[in-house]
Design a protein around this ligand. Structure first.
Ligand code: MSP
Length: 682
C-alpha cells in the first residue's frame, strides 16, 4: 500500500507567504506521520505552476521573460520549503519537459475519448483566478471577480472545449459512493450542489497568448493552464505506465491525497476527476480542503503587503517548528483562521516553552542530578499502580488518539491529544516528587522508576509530535540520548528508552519569549503601516469578550433589543418575537470535543464542537470563570449554528453555545436524552 500526498503547485507570480506555507506544512506533516508509521512507500510532491496569462503578465510588468521570471521566483519556493523542513520527494515545475510531454499525452487521451472539440469561446475570464465565470457568479454591477475584486475581461476567441457535461452523472455517482472524496463534509456538500446545478463544457485552450504548452497538432492554441497544472500530479510520477505512476497512482490500493486550499476546490473536485475519467485513469482518494488564513483580520493580498507574512522571517526568529506547531495547532485544518503574531507568541510560551520545554528540561536535569545522567531500570511491579499507571495510560491514549487523528487528517486534534500527555507527564513529576525520593536511599529503586517513567513519557511525546515538529523533536531525542529514534513511532510502553542510555547536558529547546523580546519580535514582524488602522488581533474590547453578552456589530446577538419600540409587541416588558423570527435561528445539538483556555483572557475558553456529519466548529465562550476546560469536554449543549463569525479575544468564533446566567455564566445548556450531534433543536 503506497501513500501519495501532494500540495497544489504554487504560482510563481508571488513569493511564498504564510498561506502557502500552511498547505505545504500540513501535507508534510501527513507524509512524515505515514513514514513514521512505517507505511512505505510514502511520496510527497510539491512544485510550481509557471504557465498561463497571469505569469506572462507579471513577467511583462517586470520587464523580463516568463521563463527568466519563473526561474528567479522558483528559487524562493525551493529555499522556503527547505527552510521549513518540507520533506517533498520531488519538486515539479510545469516548464520542465518531463511535464510538458505528459500534459500533451493526457490531451491526446481526452481527444481519443472523443471529449475535445473545436468551437468559439465568448465569455468572461479572470486572469487572477485563471478561470472562466458566468455573470451570475460575478459581483454586479461591473462583472467583478469575487476573489480578486477586479473586473473580469471578455474573451472572444477560437477555443477547444472539453466535454465536462458528459461526466456530470458519473461524477455525482462517484461522490455518492465515496463519501471521503472531498473533505471536510461541508466542502463536499457545497461542491456537490455546484455539480448538481449543471456542468457546462469547459474551454481548454487559448490563442491570445503563447506562454503555455501547445495543443498537439494545433500549436496556435496553448493548453488551458488548469489542465496543464492539474496534470502535475501524474507527470511528476513519469506519466501513465511509468514505475512511479504504477506504484503511487495506478495501483488499486494506492492512497492518493491532494491537500488544497478552499479557493481551488472546483478545479480539483470537478475538472480533475472528469479529466481522469475521460482519460480512463483512477481518481484521487481524497481531496482535503483546508480553510483560509487571514492576517490580523485581513485577506492576504498583494495590495496589502503587510498581510504577506514571510514564514522565513518567523522561522529565523523563533524556529521553524514553532511556526509549524502554531499553524497546525491553532485552527482545525478545515476551518478558516486568523494569523496573529500575539497568539503565535502566546502558544510558544504556553505550549512549547512551558509545557514541552519544561518537561524536557526537568527530566534531563533530574537525571543528571540524581543518577549521573544514566537512565535507570524501571520497576515492573510499580508500572501498573497509582500515578505510574495513570501516566502509562495517558501515553497509550495519546498514541491512539494521535494515530486516529493523523489518519483522519486532523493534526490539531492529534496535537491536542499529545499535549494531554505532556501536561500529564509534568503533573506526574510534581506528584511523584523525585526530589523527596532522592533523599531516602531506601527508595532508590522507586526513584529510578519515576525517572525512567517520565523520560519515557517525554520520549513518547517527542516521537508523536515529530511529524509536526521534526527539527525540535529530533533535538529532544538527541538530548534523551536516543538520536537514532528520529522518524520512528512509539511501540510498547517502557520499551523505547533502554536503561543505561546516557543523556546529554540539558539545553533549553524553547527558551521563553519574555516581554521585551516579544515586543522586539512584534516590531520586526509587523510593518509600521500595518499597525495603524488595523486592530491588533486580540485588541478586542473587553465588553465583547463575554460571549453570552456578545453585542458587537459583526455578530448581532440573537436577542430582542434592550429597549422595545412602541410598535413592538411586549410581554411584561420583554419584546415578543414571531415564530418566523425564532425559526431563523439554526439551533443544534453540539458535542464539545475539546476545550482550552485562551491565553491572557481569563474569561474565555476556546472550544471545538462536533456538529455531526464530520462538521466541527471553533467557538469562543465566556465561561472560563465557571468551567474548567477539562470539565466540559464530552458535554452535549445547545448550539446556535448560524451566528455570524466574530473575533473574540483575537480568536475566531463560529457560533455560540447557549448557557444560563447574566453577568457570569452559571450553567451550560444540556439535553435530557442522548442525541446525536447536529440534531435540530426547536
Ligand atoms: N497554481 C494554482 C494551483 C494549481 S494546483 C494544480 C494556485 N496557486 S497559488 O499560488 O495561488 O496557491 C494556491 C494555494 O496556496 C491555495 O490553494 C492554498 O493551498 C495556499 N494558500 C494561498 N493563500 C492562502 C491563505 N491565505 N490561507 C490558506 N492557504 C493559502 O492556485
Amino acid at each position: 500500500m503506497s501513500f501519495y500526498v501532494t500540495t497544489p503547485i504554487y504560482y510563481v507570480n508571488d513569493a511564498p507567504h504564510v498561506g502557502h506555507a500552511y498547505t505545504s506544512i500540513a501535507a508534510d506533516a501527513l507524509a512524515r506521520y505515514h513514514r513514521a508509521r512505517g507505511r512505505e512507500p510514502v511520496r510527497m510532491l510539491t512544485g510550481t505552476d509557471e504557465h498561463g496569462q497571469k505569469i506572462a503578465d507579471t513577467a511583462k510588468e517586470r520587464g523580463t521573460t516568463p521563463q527568466a521570471h519563473a526561474d528567479s521566483v522558483v528559487t524562493r519556493f525551493l529555499s522556503t520549503w527547505k527552510h521549513l523542513g518540507i520533506s517533498n520527494d520531488d519538486f515539479i515545475r510545469t516548464t520542465e519537459s518531463r511535464h510538458k510531454e505528459i500534459v500533451q499525452d493526457v490531451w491526446r487521451r481526452l481527444e481519443a475519448a472523443g471529449d475535445i472539440y473545436l468551437g468559439d469561446y465568448e465569455g468572461l475570464y479572470c486572469v487572477g483566478c485563471e478561470a472562466f465565470y458566468t455573470e451570475g457568479q460575478l459581483e454586479q454591477p461591473g462583472n467583478i471577480c469575487p476573489d480578486h475584486k477586479k473586473p473580469v475581461s471578455l474573451v472572444k476567441e477560437s477555443s477547444y472545449f472539453f466535454r465536462l457535461s458528459k461526466y456530470q452523472d458519473r461524477l455525482i455517482e462517484h461522490f455518492e459512493k465515496n463519501p471521503d472524496f472531498v473533505r471536510p463534509e461541508s466542502r463536499r456538500n457545497e461542491i456537490l450542489s455546484f455539480i448538481r446545478s449543471g456542468l457546462r463544457d469547459l474551454s481548454v485552450s487559448r490563442t491570445s497568448f503563447s506562454w503555455g504548452i501547445p495543443v498537439p497538432n494545433d500549436p496556435k492554441h496553448v493548453i488551458y493552464v488548469w489542465i496543464d497544472a492539474l496534470t502535475n500530479y501524474i507527470s511528476a510520477l513519469g506519466g501513465v505506465g511509468a514505475p512511479l505512476y504504477q506504484q503511487f497512482w495506478g495501483a488499486d490500493d494506492a492512497t492518493r491525497i491532494h491537500v488544497i486550499g478552499k479557493d481551488i476546490l472546483r478545479f480539483h473536485a470537478v475538472y480533475w476527476p472528469c479529466m481522469l475519467m475521460s482519460a480512463g485513469l483512477p481518481l484521487p482518494r481524497t481531496i482535503f480542503t483546508h480553510g483560509w488564513w487571514t492576517v490580523r483580520g485581513q485577506k492576504i493580498s498583494k495590495s496589502l503587503p503587510a498581510t504577506k507574512v514571510d514564514p522565513n522571517l518567523i522561522a529565523d526568529d523563533i524556529g521553524v517548528d514553532a511556526l509549524r506547531y502554531y499553524l497546525l495547532r491553532e485552527i482545525p485544518l478545515g476551518l478558516d483562521g486568523d494569523f496573529s503574531f500575539e497568539a503565535l507568541i502566546g502558544r510558544f510560551n504556553s505550549d512549547l516553552a512551558n509545557d514541552l520545554g519544561n518537561l524536557l528540561n526537568r527530566t534531563v536535569s533530574m537525571l543528571q542530578k540524581y543518577v549521573d545522567g544514566v537512565v535507570p531500570e524501571p520497576v515492573p511491579a510499580l508500572d501498573g499502580v497509582g500515578a505510574h499507571a495513570t501516566l502509562r495510560e495517558q501515553a497509550v491514549r495519546a498514541k491512539a488518539e494521535a494515530e486516529r487523528n493523523f489518519d483522519a487528517i486532523a493534526p490539531a486534534r492529534a496535537l491536542e491529544a499529545i499535549w494531554e500527555l505532556v501536561r500529564g507527564a509534568n503533573a506526574y513529576v510534581a506528584s511523584a516528587a523525585p526530589w523527596t525520593l532522592a533523599k531516602d536511599p531506601a527508595r532508590k529503586a522507586e526513584l529510578g522508576h519515576v525517572l525512567h517513567t517520565f523520560l519515557e513519557a517525554s520520549l513518547w511525546a517527542a516521537l508523536l509530535a515529530a511529524p509536526v515538529m521534526p527539527g525540535k523533536c529530533a533535538e529532544i531525542l538527541a538530548q534523551l540520548g536516543v538520536p537514532h529514534l528520529a522518524g520512528k513511532w512509539p511501540t510498547e510502553w517502557n520499551t523505547m528508552l533502554p536503561p543505561g542510555t546516557t543523556m546529554a547536558t540539558p539545553q533549553p529547546i524553547f527558551p521563553r519569549i519574555d516581554e521585551p523580546r516579544a515586543k522586539q519580535l512584534l516590531d520586526r514582524w509587523i510593518p509600521p503601516e500595518a499597525r495603524e488602522g488595523v486592530p491588533a488581533a486580540d485588541g478586542v474590547p473587553a465588553a465583547i469578550e463575554d460571549q453570552v453578552t456578545l453585542k458587537n456589530k459583526s455578530a448581532p446577538a440573537p436577542r430582542p433589543p434592550a429597549a422595545p419600540t412602541a410598535a413592538a409587541a411586549t410581554n411584561g416588558g420583554a419584546t415578543l418575537v414571531s415564530y418566523e423570527d425564532f425559526s431563523r435561528l439554526d439551533l443544534r445539538v453540539a458535542h464539545i470535543v475539546s476545550a482550552e483556555r485562551v491565553p491572557k483572557k481569563d474569561k474565555l475558553l476556546k472550544l471545538v464542537v462536533d456538529l455531526g456529519g464530520g462538521q466541527t466548529r471553533q467557538v469562543v465562550a465566556g465561561i472560563a470563570e465557571s468551567y474548567a476546560p477539562e470539565a466540559i469536554v464530552g458535554r452535549r449543549v445547545i448550539f446556535l449554528a448560524n451566528l455570524k463569525p466574530a473575533k473574540i479575544g483575537g480568536v475566531e468564533s463560529q457560533g455560540m453555545i447557549l448557557a444560563a446566567g447574566e453577568e457570569k455564566v452559571v450553567a451550560l445548556s444540556a439535553l435530557d436524552q442522548e442525541v446525536p450531534p447536529g440534531t435540530k433543536v426547536r
